[in-house]
Design a protein around this ligand. Structure first.
Ligand code: GAR
Length: 192
């Protein structure tokens, strides 16, 4: 059965775009369908990108709202889509237990570091400041902690001779774009 997924974003959405492309013509073809791309920011660049692929988009503004208030609004909004999975792709919000429990073991995130070593925002900045010669990308299920959920997979990023933060991000995102879809494929096939 083809999985119905929603992708939640906050910004550029390059991971979202990679998944969308793979659903249309890559390794996720016939495994999942992106039925919605939703942002917590009205002006998220990724919304325009998703629209250009003919995907339904929406936003629910989170600014000024309490965590639980926003999450309940989101739960109510998503109900009509009958989703199998929620895919976080640069969604820069911590989700409350109300939301996590509504989609237990159905929320997947990509984190641009080894979740054992660095959690939260600024993972590439952390790699840069610590002059790492290698970092990792983690794809994991989301639980009520910050980047503490069950790991689906980790992938190395070679940072040898990467002298600037933008070079680190460039190398990391290149790995993210391929690796996220590979891990989604693994989960969707396992639970098909
Ligand atoms: C990606 O590097 C993603 O791993 C990271 O934000 C970026 C979003 O880029 N996510 C986190 O840091 C989550 N804690 P994108 O919008 O171009 O996909």
């Amino acid at each position: 059965m083809i999985k119905k997924i929603a992708i939640l974003i906050s910004g550029h959405g390059s991971n979202m775009e990679a998944i969308v492309k793979n659903c249309k013509n890559g390794n996720l073809k016939n495994l999942c369908e992106v039925v919605l791309v939703l942002s917590n920011k009205k002006k998220a660049e990724g919304l325009k990108i998703a629209k250009s692929y003919g995907i339904e988009t929406s936003y629910i503004i989170s600014k000024g709202k309490k965590r639980k208030e926003f999450d309940i609004e989101l739960i109510n909004y998503l109900k009509k889509y009958d989703l199998d999975y929620i895919i976080l792709a640069g969604f820069m919000r911590i989700l409350s237990s109300e939301f996590i429990n509504e989609y237990k073991n159905k929320i997947i995130n990509i984190h641009p570091a080894d979740t054992n070593k660095f959690q939260g925002l600024g993972a590439y900045e952390w790699a840069f400041e610590n002059k790492l010669i290698e970092t990792k990308i983690t794809v994991h299920f989301v639980d009520t902690g910050v980047d503490t959920g069950e790991v689906i997979g980790k992938c190395k990023v070679d940072l040898t001779d990467a002298k600037t933060l933008s070079e680190i991000k460039k190398r990391g995102l290149k790995v993210e774009h391929k690796f996220y879809s590979e891990m989604l494929k693994k989960i969707f096939e396992k639970n098909s």
